[in-house]
Design a protein around this ligand. Structure first.
Ligand SMILES: Cc1cc2nc3c(=O)[nH]c(=O)nc-3n(C[C@H](O)[C@H](O)[C@H](O)COP(=O)(O)O)c2cc1C
Ligand SMILES: [Mn+2]
Length: 453
C-alpha cells in the first residue's frame, strides 16, 4: 500500500473498485455520481472531460474497503491505528520510523512548465461550492523555530494557474507554524501532496492528542507501512514532498495576504461560508508520468477516516485514566462518540464522558453504554438510553466549551456539549440483566424459503 496504484489493485482484486467508463464532467457530475455511490465501491473515473488522467474518489468512505487495504477487519481498524500510535511513540526518532529521502521520486517524474494547477483535474463538488477544490491533499511544512515536520490535510480552492486559497482551523499545527512565520513577515513554505498512501493519510490526520506539535507524525506512516516513509527533496522549497504521491505542488502561504475562499460543502453536512482566508503562491508542480488524481467527497469519507484516528486516540487516552473501557465509535460525523465501558464504581462513566470530550475537542455529544450493548448499532444505543438513563442523574452538560467552526451550532468558537451516561447503576442489580437466548450456529440448519407460486 505504498502508493495509490497499489491500493487500486488491492481493491480491484477484491471486487471493491468500479471503473466509470463514461465521459464525466468535473463540474458537479463527478460528485453527483460519487454521492449516489457513497459508502460503496471506490470509483475510478477513467474519462474526466478535458483531461488525460483518471480520477479516484471514495477511497475512505467505507471501513470495509479501508480494512481490505490495511489487511484488517473494519472493527479492528481503530485498535490497529491505536497500536501504530503507541509503536511510533516507543520508536520515535529511530531509523525504523524516521522518514527517508528517496532518489528518483515517482512524484517528480514530470515537471509542469509553466506552473499551471488547472492542467490537473480538480472537481467542483457540491452545487454551491465556490470553485474547483483539492479536497484531500497532505500538506507538509517545517516548524519555523525547530524545523520539526508537520503533516496535515487542508482543503484548497483553485483561484489561478499558480494560486490557491485554503482553510486552517484554529488549533491546527500548520496554523501555529504559519502565525509564527507571518509575525516575522515571512511566508510559510509547504508542499501539497495529492494521492498518497492511506498510511500517510492516517499519519496526517492523527489528532494532536496522539501526535503533538513537537513530533514528526510522518513516523506513524512508517509504522503502518512497515518501512520508513519515502520523501522527495523539493525543487523550490525546504519542506519535502511525499515521494510516492501522484503529484506535488510546491508553494508558500503568503504573509499578510487573505483572499476569498469558499463556500465549500463540508463534513458537517453544511456549507462552510466564504471568507477572506490564507493564500498559497505556487512555485513548482511535479507529477508522475501517469498519475491517478485523487479526489474526495466530503461527508462519510471524511468522518470515516477522521473517526478512525479519533477513536484510536480517545481509546488510548481514556484507557490510561480508568479501567473497564472496551471500545469507542464515532457514528455519523466528527461530533459524536459512543464509549463502551463497564464502570468499576459510581461516577466512572461520567468521568469517561469528560475524558472523552478532552481527548477529542470537536465532540459535542458523548454517550456511554455497557459492554453488552453493540455500539455500532444506533438501535442498541437508543435502547440503552431509554432503559438505563435517568435524566435527573445521568446527564452531563458542559456550557460554553470549544467548538469546531464548521458546525452551525458553534457561535464565536463556543458551543454547549452533552453527555449521556447510559450505563447501569453500579453495583449492577439483577433488574438490569438482559434477556438472553441460546447462541446457535445458523449454518448447521437447513433453512428453506417457500418458492413463489
Ligand atoms: C479530507 C480532510 C480534509 C480536511 N480539511 C481541513 C481543512 O481544510 N482545514 C483544517 O484546518 N483541517 C482540515 N482537516 C483536518 C486536519 O487535517 C486534521 O485535524 C489534522 O490532524 C490536523 O493536523 P495537526 O494535528 O498537525 O494540526 C481535514 C481532514 C480531512 C480528513
Ligand atoms: Mn501535527
Amino acid at each position: 500500500m505504498r502508493d495509490l496504484q497499489a491500493c487500486v489493485e488491492i481493491l480491484e482484486q477484491d471486487g471493491r473498485l468500479v471503473r466509470v467508463k463514461s465521459e464525466v464532467d468535473m463540474k458537479y457530475e463527478l460528485a453527483g455520481i460519487a454521492k449516489k455511490m457513497e459508502g460503496r465501491e471506490v470509483l475510478l473515473f477513467e474519462k474526466p472531460k478535458g483531461f488525460d488522467f483518471p480520477v479516484l474518489i471514495g477511497l475512505m468512505w467505507s471501513r470495509d474497503n479501508l480494512g481490505k487495504i490495511f489487511g484488517k477487519s473494519a472493527r479492528d481498524l481503530p485498535f490497529y491505528i491505536g497500536q501504530a500510535f503507541a509503536e511510533w511513540r516507543a520508536k520515535a526518532g529511530s531509523a525504523e520510523v524516521e522518514p527517508v529521502i528517496a532518489e528518483n521520486a515517482p512524484a517528480q517524474e514530470v515537471r509542469l512548465d509553466p506552473v499551471d494547477v488547472t492542467a490537473l483535474p480538480t472537481p467542483i463538488l457540491a452545487l454551491e461550492d465556490g470553485g474547483h477544490y483539492l479536497s484531500n491533499s497532505v500538506v507538509i511544512a517545517k516548524d519555523p523555530d525547530t524545523g520539526v515536520r508537520n503533516a496535515s490535510i487542508h482543503r484548497f480552492m483553485v483561484t489561478g494557474p499558480n494560486r490557491l486559497t485554503m482553510l486552517m482551523d484554529k488549533g491546527r499545527h500548520l496554523r501555529d507554524y504559519y502565525e509564527r512565520a507571518e509575525s516575522r513577515g515571512k511566508p510559510l513554505e509547504i508542499t501539497i501532496n495529492n494521492g498518497v498512501s492511506p498510511a500517510v493519510v492516517m499519519a496526517a490526520i492523527s489528532p494532536s492528542g496522539a501526535a503533538p506539535l513537537d513530533a514528526d507524525e510522518l513516523g506513524i506512516a512508517s509504522v503502518i507501512l512497515g518501512e520508513p516513509v519515502r520523501l522527495s527533496k523539493s525543487l523550490t522549497v525546504a519542506p519535502e514532498g511525499i515521494a510516492d504521491a501522484q503529484y506535488i505542488i510546491e508553494g508558500e502561504i503568503l504573509p499578510y495576504t487573505r483572499e476569498p475562499e469558499g463556500p465549500f460543502g463540508e463534513v458537517a453536512g453544511y456549507y462552510g461560508e466564504q471568507d477572506e482566508r490564507w493564500v498559497v503562491n505556487i512555485k513548482a508542480i511535479t507529477r508522475r508520468e501517469n498519475p491517478i488524481i485523487h479526489s474526495l467527497l466530503p461527508g462519510m469519507e471524511v468522518y470515516n477516516c477522521v473517526g478512525l484516528t479519533g477513536e484510536a486516540s480517545i481509546y488510548d487516552t481514556i484507557s490510561k485514566q480508568m479501567s473497564g473501557i472496551s471500545n469507542v465509535y464515532m457514528p455519523s460525523g466528527i461530533y459524536t462518540a459512543v464509549v463502551q465501558m463497564d464502570p468499576k464504581a459510581p461516577g466512572f462513566a461520567k468521568q469517561a464522558i469528560m475524558a472523552t470530550f478532552a481527548a477529542f475537542p470537536p465532540l459535542q455529544v458523548v454517550t456511554v453504554v455497557n459492554s453488552d450493548v453493540d455500539i455500532f448499532s444506533q438501535d442498541e444505543v437508543q435502547w440503552a438510553l431509554s432503559t438505563r438513563f435517568d435524566p435527573e442523574k445521568d446527564l452531563v452538560i458542559v456550557r460554553g466549551s470549544y467548538g469546531h467552526e464548521l458546525n452551525p451550532m458553534v457561535k464565536n468558537g463556543l458551543v454547549n456539549k452533552i453527555g449521556f451516561d447510559c450505563t447501569c447503576p453500579v453495583p449492577v442489580t439483577e433488574r438490569f440483566r438482559r434477556v438472553a437466548f441460546r447462541d446457535v450456529n445458523l449454518n448447521k440448519y437447513v433453512l428453506a424459503k417457500t418458492p413463489k407460486p
